[in-house]
Ligand binder design. Structure first.
Ligand code: FES
Ligand code: MG
Length: 600
């Protein structure tokens, strides 16, 4: 019987494969006791000997959907179609839950749980008889968490997202999930709408099942999962309620069985070339500032060295092509109708910007997408006439931090005029720092007239990195105070050691590393200091003498470093003890060495 199994497992072009790893559980005469125990309990939901011992691949469905994770809840429906695909291709589906994450509901922040979902998935994939896995992605952190785990365990894996929600509408205008919140809070602060209308306006942006319909972190990470090759082509953009998504679920289930038979693993797909492709695609779609954090983390766990400098090197000169909120106008339904990721990649292929890298269907990204041009130029712009040139991230350094990024595709004409058009000093600005220690401090003081904020103020948010605010809060995109909003000043420059929502249209300088909590330069900054930001030189400095900085450093250390709130849960404390900086992907440092663990 075993010989028959190994004959079946001959991958095209590869040598004979070892037995399926699940057979070590279900068909192992050398360990009859354990085999019997595994079998008797697994069979108790109705599976027979012939199914479990026939060498059919056991396919895990990592279920992230539940009532507390609405963005991924649609996977409870899709999993049925995934199962049918798995069965039709000759596999057996084992669906299991992993630690849930919901971006909008988890306190203090959902990012705290990315590494917990990562750990929980590794333990299931390693510890149970699973030959391949379908990752049910969607809401922001669920995509990177599962790709990180697939990288670590390195058994055949394919991602399927829940799909974006349908477009939101309010009084005849598109309302994009997440993005509308930032606009609505300005309207409420300016007195244009009250609390009840604020709630109604925001709720209108989420009209159906699915994840965010904007190019926030969810659509970004799922588009990048497709660009990396970890999904079937055309998968990312299909809206959750469309029938096409159910069909994609079926095809994804079918395909993973063959990936097991071909022994096509994450390490075959997520190569250096694949990550560089993803960086290029991120610029073209106007992707989230969370993408470098997550992609650098995935790369670390598969053993590819990727840095924030790579994001500027490979991504900055790429133009913005996709006209989706927050950088543009439209939402998920138009993105899908215009061709989604394949149509974006087709533009990039035509310019020689995409490298041949293997994808989940066994073909390269180029083979999958070449010539798949859009038919809707309002939504996906041609490379030669883009929405914006040079639309990638800039990577800054200086005495404020070693690395922080800025999403240039969301610089508005107003921001440009306010900060970057001084004829004597173009593309650079100097301003006066106003420093907040965490979001509570900011909420308490932002509208206080005593702060005397002006358009020359630069708002700083510190103490919100992976250790300062466990998980790194999405709070760097601060709004202007009510008294400036009423005068029509809507954008003040923002800088911080936390993150911002991918749905935010703010060109903040964020993910500053090292964070204040680990003694980064931001910890020494004081309200009233002059700062200088230079977009040409990519520098960000406080204009404070070295002698003064030395004095401040000594005082800071004598006082015991940066004070941050105590941990509220065991996981907060555990993660704070082992987590790396945002520029390093916020990975758990001891986990990195477990790349491609031995799963036999
Ligand atoms: Fe879950 Fe945006 S809040 S996808
Ligand atoms: Mg978010």
């Amino acid at each position: 019987k075993n010989k028959k199994v190994s004959r079946e497992r001959k991958a095209p072009g590869k040598k004979a494969l070892p037995r399926l790893r699940s057979q070590a559980w279900f068909d192992n005469p050398d360990n009859a006791d354990m085999t019997a125990l595994y079998l008797e309990r697994t069979m108790n939901f109705g599976l027979g000997f012939d199914e479990l011992q026939s060498g059919r691949p056991i396919i895990g469905i990592a279920q992230t959907g539940s009532d507390i994770a609405p963005c991924n809840r649609h996977h409870l429906v899709l999993a049925q179609r995934v199962r049918e695909g798995i069965r039709d291709a000759g596999g057996i589906a084992f669906e299991f839950p992993i630690h849930p994450i919901q971006e909008t509901c988890k306190r203090p922040t959902a990012a705290l749980d990315r590494n917990l979902q990562y750990l929980s998935l590794i333990e299931v994939l390693y510890g149970y008889p699973i030959d391949g896995v379908v990752l049910t992605t969607g809401c922001d952190k669920t995509t990177p968490a599962q790709l990180m785990a697939a990288a670590t365990v390195d058994i055949p894996a394919i991602a399927l997202n829940s799909g974006p929600m349908l477009n939101g509408w309010y009084q005849g205008e598109r309302t994009g999930s997440g993005t509308i919140v930032w606009r609505a809070r300005e309207m409420m602060a300016a007195g244009e709408i009250g609390y009840q209308e604020f709630l109604k306006l925001v709720a209108s942006s989420a009209p159906s099942t699915g994840h965010c319909n904007t190019m926030g972190t969810a659509s970004t990470m799922n588009s990048l999962a497709e660009a990396l090759g970890m999904t079937l082509p055309g998968s990312a953009a299909i809206p959750a309620p469309y029938r096409d998504r159910q069909e994609m679920a079926y095809l994804t289930g079918k395909r993973i069985v063959d990936m097991v038979r071909e022994d096509l693993k994450p390490s075959d797909i997520m190569t250096r070339a694949a990550f560089e492709n993803a960086i290029v695609v991120n610029s073209a779609i106007g992707g989230s500032t969370n993408a470098p954090v997550h992609l650098n983390a995935i790369a670390k766990h598969i053993g590819v060295k990727l840095t924030t400098a790579d994001w500027e090197k490979h991504g900055y000169k790429i133009p913005l092509l996709v006209n989706l909120q927050p950088a543009g106008e439209y939402l998920a339904e138009e993105y899908y109708r215009a061709g989604g990721v394949p149509a974006v990649v087709a533009e990039l292929i035509a310019q020689g910007k995409i490298q041949p890298a293997l994808t989940a269907n066994g073909k390269t990204l180029i083979e999958n997408c070449e010539g798949q041009f859009t038919s809707d130029r309002k939504v996906i712009f041609p490379y030669a006439k883009p929405m914006k040139k040079n639309a990638g991230f800039l990577n800054f350094s200086g005495n404020l931090f070693d690395s922080a990024i800025m999403k240039t595709s969301v610089i508005t004409p107003e921001f440009h005029k306010q900060y970057l058009e001084n004829p004597a000093d173009p593309m650079a600005f100097e301003g006066t720092a106003v420093v907040f220690d965490g979001p509570e401090d900011y909420h308490k003081r932002i509208d206080d007239p005593k702060l005397k904020l002006t358009p020359a103020s630069v708002l700083f948010m510190r103490g919100v990195g992976p250790i300062g605010y466990p998980g790194a809060a999405e709070v760097v995109n601060m709004r202007a105070p009510d008294y400036l909003l009423k005068k029509g000043v809507t954008a003040l420059a923002c800088i911080g050691d936390g993150r911002q929502s991918g749905t935010s249209g703010s060109p903040s300088i964020l993910n500053a590393s090292p964070e204040a909590a680990t003694g980064g330069g931001l910890a020494l900054l004081k309200t009233g200091d002059k700062v200088r930001i230079d977009l040409k030189k990519r520098t960000a400095n406080m204009l404070v003498s070295d002698a003064e900085l030395k004095k401040r450093r000594a005082a800071f250390e004598a006082a015991g470093g940066y004070k941050y709130p105590a941990s509220q849960t065991p996981w907060q404390e555990i993660q704070r003890g082992i987590v790396d900086e945002l520029s390093e992907g916020m990975v758990l440092k001891p986990a990195v060495k477990y790349q491609r663990i031995n799963t036999t």
